[in-house]
Design a binder for this molecule. Structure first.
Ligand SMILES: *Cc1c(COP(=O)(O)O)cnc(C)c1O
Length: 357
């Protein structure tokens, strides 16, 4: 019998989530963001669930080539663009769309010998100060690109730092509007949060990631609870040990949980080497035999402890959901001081994956 931990991928949830995105952004193209191995779900396993998207957005050439070799003939966008001039040969060969965010890339495009004109996503730094040209550079750079024989269509791209919080998008949108006032080009601006909550940003294409996997861009499940999005990954295991604590007994490394009563606890075959966050404190939610209860103490590499006070019927072999369709990954992430993004994309390679149609 294998160790009972496994990740279940709900393919119908992925399809459902894409259809919800399309309903939220009906008049624009959708780039399904599948970077980081499809946010930990496995690009190879799940890409076909997003065939109804106009394209895939990712970072790694390997992932782009994987999609081409698997048969995807539609668009593929490189969100960070290319990393050295030679990469343009791969871009040309595999017909990839590329972000352009730096002057050296423009020079490389000018000097390359390409078979097809490139579609370029010209990246504007509108305030996040990560990648992109400064607002005052946008017009001259756009004009330069217009004159290059290697360049076909150009779309203006930017990224929001606050689409998921109270600050919103208006400040950055004002920068984008000003910088592109004399530029006749489509715009691609929206991540998941802007796709859901700021329809004025939709432009010619949106770039949702996390909502396709059924987690919240804000880190709070309640913010997406009413859209019909479904968790695409469930992390499940079982109780493999039971202990009965007396008053004063402690649990796990560092003894960070002290029992103040006689208490039954369960030991679950899941630890931080499976991708469960080691920083999850006592009180992090977990589902045991269908009942919502809590973790106790610090998770170990391969195991963690759960409170069985609320589930006296639990025994060895009882099913545990660490996160998934009953317990939102956002709730676990919130307790552990992180986001669903980090937990999903950190699913460890040793966890067996089961595909559920
Ligand atoms: C990751 C990423 C996205 C998707 O972000 P979500 O918050 O997951 O929707 C969109 N655009 C760019 C440039 C990204 O890097």
């Amino acid at each position: 019998m294998p160790r009972p931990i496994r990740a279940i991928l709900h393919l119908s949830a992925l399809r459902n989530n894409l259809s919800i995105v399309k309903k939220q952004a009906p008049d624009t193209h959708v780039w399904a963001v599948v970077k980081a191995n499809a946010y930990g779900h496995g690009l190879q396993r799940i890409w076909q669930c997003f065939e109804a998207a106009e394209g895939f957005a990712l970072l790694d050439f390997n992932e782009a080539i994987l999609l081409r070799e698997a048969g995807w003939q539609g668009k593929i966008l490189l969100l960070e663009g290319f990393f050295q001039p030679d990469d343009l040969q791969q871009i040309d060969r595999y017909r990839l769309t590329t972000a352009v965010h730096s002057h050296w890339q423009i020079k490389a495009i000018e000097e390359a010998t390409l078979r097809h004109p490139l579609t370029v996503y010209l990246k504007l730094n509108s305030g996040m100060n990560r990648l992109g040209f400064a607002p005052e550079e946008l017009l001259p750079v756009w004009q330069t690109l217009q004159e290059l024989p290697n360049v076909g269509n150009v779309v203006i791209m930017s990224h929001f730092a606050h689409a998921d919080d109270v600050e919103g998008v208006e400040q950055q949108l004002a920068v984008i509007r000003q910088a592109s006032k004399h530029i006749d080009a489509g715009q691609c601006l929206a991540n998941s949060a802007a796709t859901l909550w700021h329809p004025q940003t939709h432009g010619v294409a949106v770039r949702p990631g996390i909502i396709l996997y059924g987690a919240s861009p804000s880190g709070k499940w309640c913010d997406i609870a009413n859209y019909g999005l479904k968790a695409a990954m469930s992390l499940r295991s079982e109780i493999i040990g039971i202990q009965t604590l007396s008053v004063g007994d402690r649990v796990g490394y560092g003894g960070r949980y002290h029992s103040d009563k006689t208490q039954r606890i369960g030991i679950v075959a899941c630890g931080y080497a499976d991708g469960y966050p080691r920083h999850a404190p006592t009180g992090t939610p977990v589902i045991v035999g269908g009942v919502r209860t809590q973790t106790l103490g610090t998770p170990s590499m391969d195991m963690l402890a759960v409170d069985l006070s609320a589930c006296p019927q639990a025994e060895i072999g009882t099913d545990v959901e660490l996160w998934g369709q009953v317990l939102p990954v956002d709730d676990v992430a919130l307790a552990a001081g992180t986001l669903g993004y980090e937990l999903l994309s950190a699913l460890a390679a040793r966890v067996p994956v089961i595909i559920e149609k």
